[in-house]
Design a binder for this molecule. Structure first.
Ligand SMILES: Nc1nc2c(ncn2[C@@H]2O[C@H](COP(=O)(O)OP(=O)(O)OP(=O)(O)O)[C@@H](O)[C@H]2O)c(=O)[nH]1
Ligand SMILES: [Mg+2]
Length: 686
């Protein structure tokens, strides 16, 4: 490619390129093809055979999908390239989002599949917002059954940036057998697992090429007046100028080129690599985009992902944004020292190879940075570099309660969970003090399943899994005055406490309050806190089996014994008063209601509405989603119990693209059959 081989603007230094795109579009297969094509591996494996460099973990092989990031460094035409194969499933999207800031460009692997357009839109949006240069690789053209222009229209719906077709397919009996590169103006035929062969560009293909090239140039001319004039005057722009424009407009995010191929056969891979080589920006532009200050700084690196290896050691996958770092370099993150590098490694999937110091632009793994976390900006030297990017995970949408099958594993479970949460910040671990449950929150069923599998596979903790408890409460609808009396005369020292409680319902949300209305010292002052403690104890477990809220209790009367009364006796009396009084106060179940906001592609809105109504949801309204063409937001109030596995159905109604957030709104009375079932289940559990 002599025409652009000596191109002045070609970026220098090691590149870092992410392979992203909708679920199952062929990213891991494309990585495999790239590694085979560049000689990093002797032959191309396949996802079906379970022998790819990516997805090498037990969990990924088992589920035949990417469940974590794979990093592989290779060399192409003398330059170092690190490819980051990101999972496509929305449940593992944090692994993708966390690497984006530090990459030079993204290859968005997609398919001609209408159902995957909303997911493609989500990913492109993320890239658009972070201003990451991106090109589309239309994969699986071996299965193509649509005209390319239809495809372009389909994909354009997902991109706010103008797509430009860089290549057009050529056919032989309705099967795509090659392509024409519109910038080079050269025709190729695919060869299986070998570079495509150049063929002459003539006949009907030449005509199609002219039309397609003109439309590519027209789009480029939107941002180049000189080119516009040349087109208007029918002057053929020089090839170098076309490449210049392609490069500049890609880097500035004005266009998004579309290339095509078949990853399983490594077709179109070489052209993709060449486009990356010549057109994608390098570390200089990336550091600039991130506002990295290299003046006076030693080394600056961004942690793409933290991993705890099976051998127990910690590896931090980083991109070097300034300076260089090697064995012995001590890093800071903010004001904290995160550790000292003990080994620099080049990664090709799960294979790591020790190497020398990492320099500007390199993507490597540092061993033993004990406190480094995914997303950290690390700096060597005295002065910490401000964080270059911090990608907050999406709020979790699904939870399970877990416990170690054997008590002896409790501590091990806790430590393992902390390690997993450190690797994957989209997991949240919560302890429910009321039920003593460990609740694991994540991004969906598969995410939670893989997380619990890792607990077993990697840390050897056998688990029990349950549905997490719903935060039911109960309250009373009627007041009562109740005596609570505790009297025991057993030989020597007896026990005596006697109280009269005035129990009254209170408005929703008021919680619990206690009032001392004793006059004349019928209950001595020093015992009153014990009475309150007894009452509080009694409220932990109401007549329906749940904590009691929204009531006011006054201590209005009582009696004591000079010898037998004690704190303990009054505490017991308080508890008895509550236990005997509440059942007469018309107890009623309260369930938590949340405000739920669902976002979904508009064509799914009707389905979502039906889904919410079917789950006792009260729909408050729906609207178009601001700034999102073709998307809606539905707002509803919904019982917590119904939100439990809501995400599973939302995803299935929206081809994986819909999601929701929720926050507690209020507690509502629940009566009738549903309430009876909940109360009966509670009794059975006890
Ligand atoms: N026909 C055809 N199938 C392909 C091609 N590329 C990948 N596949 C198949 O598509 C399926 C998914 O491939 P992967 O490479 O795992 O896709 P992925 O995008 O990495 O999937 P996730 O990471 O789980 O999102 C596999 O069955 C591949 O064999 C292709 O070019 N043509
Ligand atoms: Mg994959």
């Amino acid at each position: 490619m002599a025409a652009n081989g000596n191109h002045a603007t070609r970026a220098t230094g090691p590149r870092c390129i992410a392979l992203v795109g909708p679920f199952q579009s062929g990213k891991t297969t494309l990585l495999e093809a790239i590694l085979a094509r560049t000689g990093a591996i002797p032959r191309q494996g396949s996802v079906e055979a379970g022998n790819t460099v990516g997805d090498a973990s037990k969990e990924a092989r088992h589920h035949r999908m990417s469940v974590e990031l794979t990093v592989a460094t290779t060399t192409f035409m003398g330059d170092s390239y690190t490819f980051l194969d990101c999972p496509g499933s929305v449940e593992f999207i944090h692994d993708m989002r966390a690497v984006l800031p530090a990459i030079d460009a993204a290859v968005v692997v997609c398919e001609m599949d209408e159902k995957k357009v909303p997911q493609l839109q989500l990913i492109l949006r993320e890239l658009e917002e972070q201003k990451i240069p991106r090109l589309l690789f239309l994969n699986k053209v071996d299965k193509a059954d649509a005209g390319v222009h239809d495809v372009l229209n389909l994909l354009q719906g997902a991109s706010r940036t103008k797509l430009i077709l860089r290549q057009i397919p050529t056919f032989s009996a309705d099967i795509i057998t090659g392509f024409v590169d519109l910038a080079l103006e050269r025709a190729f035929v695919y060869k299986e697992h070998a570079p495509s062969e150049v063929v002459s560009l003539d006949g009907d293909v030449a005509d199609r090429e002219k039309t397609a090239r003109f439309s590519m140039l027209e789009t480029l001319a939107d941002h180049d007046d000189e080119l516009m004039e040349q087109l208007l005057e029918d002057i053929q722009p020089p090839r170098d100028k076309v490449f210049d424009d392609l490069t500049r407009e890609l880097r500035e995010g004005q266009v998004c080129p579309v290339l095509m191929g078949t990853a399983v056969r490594a077709n179109g891979v070489l052209r993709l690599l060449k486009a990356l080589r010549h057109e994608s920006p390098g570390i200089a532009e990336t550091a600039k985009r991130l506002g990295v200050k290299s003046a006076g700084m030693d080394a600056v690196a961004c942690v793409l992902k933290t991993q705890n290896t099976t051998h127990g050691g910690k590896m931090s996958i980083v991109r070097m944004l300034a300076g260089q770092a090697g064995d012995g370099t001590t890093f800071l993150s903010g004001d904290d020292e995160v550790g000292r590098v003990a080994g620099v490694f080049k990664l090709v999937g799960q294979t790591s190879e020790k190497r020398g110091a990492a320099t500007l632009g390199d993507t490597v793994a540092f061993a033993k940075l004990d406190k480094a976390k995914t997303g950290d900006t690390l700096s060597a030297g005295k002065q910490a570099h401000p964080p270059v990017a911090k990608i907050e995970p999406y709020p979790p949408v699904l939870a399970i309660a877990i416990s170690a099958k054997e008590r002896k594993d409790d501590v091990k479970l806790g430590q393992a969970l902390n390690k997993l949460a450190e690797e994957d910040p989209s997991i949240i671990i919560m302890h429910n003090p009321e039920t003593h449950e460990v609740v694991l929150w994540g991004q969906g069923e598969m995410h939670l399943r893989v997380t619990t599998e890792r607990l077993g596979d990697r840390y050897g903790v056998a688990l029990e899994r349950r549905q997490p408890s719903v935060g039911y409460r109960e309250t009373i609808r009627k007041g009562i005055v109740q005596r609570g009396r505790h009297k025991k005369q057993s030989g020597g020292h007896g026990q005596y406490g006697d109280v009269v409680l005035d129990i009254k319902p209170m408005p929703r949300g008021s919680g619990f309050s206690f009032e001392d209305k004793i006059t004349g010292g019928v209950v001595p002052r020093n015992y009153i806190p014990s009475v309150e403690e007894g009452v509080v104890d009694g409220l932990k477990h109401g007549p329906l089996g749940f904590p009691v809220v929204d009531l006011h209790v006054s201590l209005i009367d009582g009696s004591y014994h000079t010898v037998d009364s004690s704190d303990m006796a009054f505490r017991t009396a308080g508890r008895i008063g509550i236990a005997e009084g509440l059942p007469q106060c018309q107890p009623v179940l309260l369930e938590p209601i949340h405000l739920v906001e669902i976002v979904c592609p508009s064509e799914a809105t009707a389905k979502i509405n039906a889904l919410l109504s079917g789950r006792r949801g009260q729909i408050l309204g729906f609207d178009t989603r601001e700034g999102w063409d073709g998307w809606d937001v539905v707002r509803a109030k919904m019982p917590e119990a119904e939100i439990g596995d809501l995400i599973v159905e939302v995803r299935s109604a929206t081809a994986g693209a819909g999601t929701f957030t929720f926050k507690f709104d209020h507690m509502a009375e629940l009566t009738g059959r549903t309430a009876d079932q909940i109360i009966a289940a509670r009794r059975a559990a006890e």
